[in-house]
Design a protein around this ligand. Structure first.
Ligand SMILES: Cc1ncc(COP(=O)(O)O)c(C=O)c1O
Length: 394
């Protein structure tokens, strides 16, 4: 076997999202893509804003010398400056270009952060339901993921956080707005989390970094705003991207922002820059850095996702499914009408609707629906959810 046993094992336990995606692809070949209603993968639906496309054309039509050459591994200083201005304006904390590292998406950024911070065996707290890739990212860099269950409404359970912290805890990852639940962690929970982490740091005399995966930060509904961990906890790091807010998932552009008040901020940035290079990313894509620099305050039309959230949430509630109303991102995470979420998902699959079982997110007896799909697909899927609800007598 050419591949290592570690990777073989990881692939065998591979993320449910991917597995369902592959099964869906097979089904599409069998019955035709137009006859499969795929709500299993979080591929952003909306195209990048028109102004951004124009910016890309302009960059290519009027190339600057060495525009495609290597650059500093942390990214172009002028782009880092623009990103820093965004955080200064949003948080009231003075960020500078030196607090930003441009990355290949949030996925690249999370790997850079974990590679830089973790000693072998260091623990990383993640909250279930979780984004499944966290398990692999932590393992990539010799860490140990410690899963902390959230409350019934998917809010943070601070008592469980306290119990899970140990003198090996180096990183806590929060993800708000959350994939798969759509929940936002508001001021109350962020404040409580910060207090527990501060107390833990005092007791152990060790620094714990709070990493906020904010990949969906700008996709929030009903006029809400996502909180910034920076405002509550000084050892905070935000990792994010423009995959969702500017519809650029395939272009791999994101960044890491470190709180100017964090311990050893200069060492952190130097470490992130080094790992960006040596993990093989080298630097974030040059053209995309230039393209997004002036689009820090822009996003796709969030109303388009909100319309879909409203339609789906109201329809499912009426049918008798149980769920928490999402406040952001583009997912719903209802309870399955039977305990076995895989069996439930297979039942939907037979009716050509693809969703992902909750077990893939560390939370069985639930299923995740991605509503980043065209309205016709959503409407057809809703009629199947209704048919299935009746079969279960909801
Ligand atoms: C919670 C979360 N974090 C990170 C990512 C990675 O996003 P990207 O690397 O495209 O920025 C995703 C992608 O779906 C996600 O859902």
């Amino acid at each position: 076997m050419p591949i290592s046993s570690r990777i073989k094992d990881a692939m065998q336990n591979a993320s449910w999202i991917r597995r369902m995606f592959e099964e869906g692809e097979r089904l599409k070949k069998e019955v035709g893509a137009e006859n499969v209603f795929d709500l299993s993968i979080g591929n952003p639906l909306l195209e990048p804003p028109e102004g951004l496309r124009k910016k890309m054309f302009d960059l290519l039509r009027n190339p600057e010398p060495r525009m495609h050459a290597y650059m500093p591994n942390a990214g172009y200083p002028f782009v880092r400056q623009k990103v820093a201005e965004f955080y200064t304006k949003e948080t009231g904390i003075q960020f500078a270009a030196e607090h930003i590292v441009m990355t290949c998406g949030a996925a690249g950024g999370l790997n850079v952060v974990l590679k830089t911070l973790l000693e072998p065996g260091d623990e990383v707290l993640i909250f279930a339901p979780y984004f499944p890739e966290y398990l692999f990212y932590v393992d990539n860099h010799g860490g140990k993921a410690v899963v902390v269950k959230t409350n019934e409404d998917f809010s943070l359970n601070i008592v469980r956080v306290e119990e899970a912290l140990s003198d090996k805890t180096k990183v806590v990852i929060v993800n708000s707005p959350n994939n798969p639940t759509g929940v936002l962690y508001g001021h109350y929970h962020m404040q409580a989390l910060a207090e527990v982490l501060n107390e833990h740091q005092r007791k152990t005399d060790k620094v714990v970094y709070l990493v906020n995966d904010a990949a969906y930060r700008k996709i929030v509904y009903d006029g809400r705003r996502s909180t910034y961990a920076f405002s509550f906890y000084k050892n905070s790091i935000e990792v994010t991207s423009h995959s969702k807010d500017l519809g650029l998932a395939g272009e791999r552009i994101g960044h890491i922002a470190v709180s100017p008040q964090a311990c050893d901020v200069e060492a952190l940035i130097n470490g992130f820059t080094f790992c960006n290079r040596t993990l093989g990313f080298v630097n974030a894509p040059a053209l995309m850095q230039r393209a997004v620099a002036d689009f820090q305050f822009v996003s796709i039309d969030v109303q388009e996702y909100q319309k879909r959230r409203d339609l789906l949430f109201e329809a499912l509630c009426e049918m008798g499914y149980q769920m928490v109303k999402p406040e952001g991102a583009f997912y719903l995470f209802p309870a399955t009408p039977e305990e076995d979420d895989v069996a439930f998902v297979r039942k939907l699959q037979k009716k050509r609707v693809l969703v992902t079982p909750g077990i893939g997110f560390g939370t069985p007896s639930h299923f995740r629906i991605s509503y980043a799909v065209p309205m016709q697909v959503l409407e057809r899927a809703i009629s199947v959810f209704d048919e299935v609800a009746r079969e279960y007598g909801l």
